[in-house]
Write a protein that binds this ligand. Structure first.
Ligand SMILES: [Zn+2]
Length: 206
């Protein structure tokens, strides 16, 4: 009889604990945003326009959207080094210390062929979570709705940060600075706002 009472008590306690657990909000996803260039590492350059400058403007807008969001389900950590150079290896080390659910590196492409345009997403086959990284890359590309820019492809490239980060990692290339149409959009207030909104919306979704 005593045993039965203990069993009953155990089951009751278990249901209380499980009941509480089911009402708890989902844990927030943590995402690092690696703003790809900073300090002396300016990235691509066309005239006075640098990749670093455009990336930091878009990252600042993503940060503002995140701060204003009252239905936040993600926590963003920005790796922003506008005035400071930090090596690719150090970037990966910081990401590995934070251990996010996803690491997003922001970049803008450049090619000698000015005709090449559009948004591409990269993952690394050498990342320890390559499969998940590839899935995130496809989700990001399919989620982004920026009709002013061509939808490109998902590619595998062993870029240092996405290869060394020991978490699912993607490298988002928001068009080509070398393409006049992409460049005009990337340097416009409207284009930067749209890209920031789309990236933030997709990060919440994927
Ligand atoms: Zn870059």
């Amino acid at each position: 009889m005593k045993n039965n009472i203990y069993t009953l008590l155990g089951i009751t306690l278990l249901s209380v604990v499980m009941g509480c657990a089911s009402h708890q909000p989902k844990p927030m996803k943590t995402i690092t945003i690696d703003v790809g260039h900073g300090g002396k590492n300016i990235g691509a350059k066309v005239g006075d326009i640098t990749e670093k400058m455009v990336l930091h403007r878009i990252a600042d807008k993503i940060n503002v959207l995140s701060q204003k969001d009252n239905k936040q389900n993600i926590k963003l950590h920005f790796l922003k080094f506008s005035d400071k150079y930090i090596s690719l290896g150090e970037r990966a080390e910081i990401i590995n210390r934070i251990k996010p659910d996803l690491s997003l590196s922001l970049h803008i492409d450049f090619m000698n062929n000015a005709a090449r345009s559009g948004i591409d997403v990269y993952f690394s086959e050498k990342n320890i979570l390559a499969k998940q990284s590839e899935q995130f890359a496809h989700k990001m590309l399919n989620c982004l709705a920026v009709k002013e820019m061509k939808k490109g492809n998902v590619y595998s490239r062993n870029f240092s940060v996405i290869r060394k980060a020991q978490v699912p990692s993607i490298h988002l290339a928001m068009g080509f600075l070398s393409n006049p149409t992409d460049r005009a959009y990337l340097t416009s207030e409207q284009g930067q706002n749209k890209l920031a909104e789309q990236i933030y919306r997709c990060l919440k979704q994927i």
